[in-house]
Design a protein around this ligand. Sequence first.
Ligand code: FES
Length: 168
Amino acid sequence: MAGAHTKASEVPAEFDETRARMVIARLAHLEGALLPILHELSHEFGYVDIRNVPLLAEALNISRADVHGTISFYHDFKTAPQGRHVLKLCRAEACQSMGCESLVAHLAATHHLAPGETTPDRALSVETVYCLGNCALSPAAMLDGELIGRLDHDQLDQIVLDATGMRS
Ligand code: FES
């Protein structure tokens, strides 16, 4: 496909403030409520929309910076909708020594997709992870929760093709 992919953060998303406020109000009484609320927002919407930040700061009487800090500290909290498929590429030491950066470069050059991005049709999101516990079979990846070992360029092309249903 010739077109460029957009960053996930650029994908427009519906934000239902009323629903978000209901989630926050339901859990705001908890001790250390921020994390449980973030988990619940993530569960309910599939990501934590950045427009929740002022709502959370106000409801919990904490600063917006604290809310931002917590969201960015926990990498599992996504701030944009994820693709229907999620490919996690390991870029830790063992996988680096076996060429994971060449996979990242191939993904960018051939599919115009980088870790942290989602295809415009939201078919596939790509993330960086640091060790999947599959070092013996590096470079390792995980597609929708399934481990992949010794990932090569051809397999990577096939994953993108299968997810998006399009040739690059
Ligand atoms: S370093 Fe990649 S799986 Fe361990």
